[in-house]
Design a protein around this ligand. Sequence first.
Ligand SMILES: [Zn+2]
Length: 461
Amino acid sequence: MQSRYRFTCAWLADGWHRNVVISVDPGGDIVDVSADDTVTAARMINGAAIAGMPNIHSHAFQRAMAGLVEQRGGKDDSFWTWRETMYDVASRITPDCLNGVAAQLYADMVKAGYTSVCEFHYLHSPGDASGAHSHEQRLAMSQALVDAASTAGIGLTLLPTLYQTSDFGGAPPTERQRQFAMETREYLDLLDALRQPSQRSAQLEVGVALHSLRAVPPESLRAVLDSQRNGQAIHIHIAEQEREVQACLERTGKRPIEWLLDNASVDRRWCLIHATHATAAELQGIAAAGAVVGLCPTTEANLGDGIFPMETLLEAGGAFAIGSDSHISLSPIEELRWLEYQARLVRRQRSVLTDGNLSGGALLWQKACTAGARVSGRPIGELAAGKRADVVVLDINSPLFAARSDSSIIDTFVFSGTNESVRDVMVGGRWLVQDRRHFAETAVAAGYKRALQKMFKRDRL
Ligand SMILES: [Zn+2]
């Protein structure tokens, strides 16, 4: 039995249409989309429907430290000093805590308009475990995230992450990094376990992540890539910090993106997270390979990483997607807005990231959806037959949208809206958010508070 919804208007591949009827099968896939349809019997949804946004980069546990690292720790406060606090928070995480933090985080993502998330997961053992961790512990940490996504209803691309060394040249992991580290064989066993038929769900995909070139030696990188030839998404942190670019140059004679393009078969499955420090030639190489640059502008700003050369990527015909990464902000429109505003501040002009066909907000939303879907490895990112029914409904009856034509709806949402502009959200055919309330928000809030009290019981936050 199909469910049918008639939206006041919806943004489809060829633009806005009125009276759009979307039919959804019981498994949560869109089976038909018909525009200008006032005939088919359907439930009326008074609002503007757009495709849900894939969030392509998340470290769920870092939500627990959002706002805790905003005092200057010394003259050289930086990504590297922030990382020490992050390690401390990681050391307090158990599977229960991870589940509690992630369920709240994922529910908040859905309320903001993210309908799927790529979880770049390197917390492979409970922080209080001593010595080497076991396969069962690793599985329990991954399962905590799978269960949290299921509780919140969000689509999940779980990216178990390989982490082996503390720097280029094979330096062993530090004491605090042992929680993340494992042998390549152990890593492949974890992937196998997570891909068992019993785990399969239309809402779950298991991809691959290599933490970074500093944390994965070339031979391990090759071994993993050789084993993953079936179209799985492959993500890697690539050039977030100038210090890591410098270290890579010193060790290999090449910059990180340059090294990767020369030494791995980078293709459309790849998502290069934080390609912040990229040359024009590197961006042309990424575009030619069909890979996607994963950008997390609010986190990159929070960590003082630098400004990604967005204009150069678009000129090269490259693709980008967005993520909330450390979760100091949970808002796709804030991430997109930052991309355009950074470009404006650099260029000292307005409306930089447009292409003549689409206005700024529409172009950013559409491109991030399309590329984000690709590197999530799931059929999402568009309101079309064959895709998952992931629908964000904007409240066009609110004052913000008064007297706006349909063609201005997305620009108004991206540049002037808030998460409150999102009224209802459907994921995989289920209404998770209605009238701005997530169906499980009371329960996940209680679970989140319990998790944080457990993690920080010895300290004041
Ligand atoms: Zn990251």
